[in-house]
Design a protein around this ligand. Structure first.
Ligand SMILES: Cc1cc2nc3c(=O)[nH]c(=O)nc-3n(C[C@H](O)[C@H](O)[C@H](O)COP(=O)(O)O)c2cc1C
Length: 193
């Protein structure tokens, strides 16, 4: 698939079939992810692949973490939130969570985050190329200490996203974009655009 075709053809998918995804396809996404640009070759991305019973295991960790200290109405809300997160986790056969390691100073930490986000986009594009649907999701659960520990995130790492992969069971919805012209200035005194 041509790069432009992959970029323009990708769209977030929210409904996946139960069909498992071959490990080889997941590895191909990850091996492509690490070709993202990264300043000083810090290789800041950290991936955890959550599949099969791993999703259920993670959902239980989330439930325990959310309900541990809650009482009364808070407990009911925590249960509801845990259930929602569980449904979300079980809605896709594969999740790739990405954390970005801290740098030696705030600037490098920012650059690392940018590089890790580029790696995430590589995963989405490679998934699309291989006929998989995907969506980049974020959630507060990835900040919970127990979840971070389960996903092997170091203390200083920043959560980048949790990428769901699987075979789409919905029609593709293309969301709108404004033309780049809307957001672009050209700086060239000899040329008026
Ligand atoms: C950093 C980031 C976080 C996102 N988090 C969520 C999310 O939590 N839930 C969700 O439904 N979509 C999430 N998305 C997907 C966007 O909603 C989606 O990319 C956007 O609507 C454009 O649609 P498209 O991907 O089909 O072009 C996220 C995307 C990014 C880049």
């Amino acid at each position: 698939m041509l790069v432009e075709e992959a970029i323009r053809g990708r769209a977030s998918i929210k409904v996946f079939s139960d069909q498992p995804v071959d490990d080889a396809l997941i590895w191909r996404c990850l091996e492509t992810a690490v070709w993202a640009p990264n300043h000083h070759l810090t290789e800041p991305w950290r991936f955890t692949v959550v599949v099969a019973e791993g999703r259920d295991w993670l959902a239980r960790i989330v439930q325990t973490a959310l309900t541990e200290k809650a009482v009364g109405l808070d407990l009911a809300a925590a249960h509801a939130k845990a259930l929602k997160e569980r449904r979300s986790l079980l809605s896709a056969p594969v999740w790739i969570t990405i954390y970005s390691e801290a740098g030696r100073d705030p600037r490098q930490t920012r650059e690392n985050f940018a590089a890790s986000a580029a790696a995430a986009q590589n995963v989405l594009l490679m998934a699309h190329d291989q006929g998989l649907g995907s969506i980049w999701r974020t959630s507060q659960i990835y900040e919970l200490p127990a979840v971070r520990e389960a996903l092997r995130a170091s203390n200083d790492a920043t959560f980048v996203g949790s990428l769901a992969l699987g075979y789409a069971q919905q029609r593709v919805v293309k969301r709108r974009r404004s033309a780049a012209r809307e957001w672009t200035h050209w700086l060239n005194p000899n040329q008026v655009v």
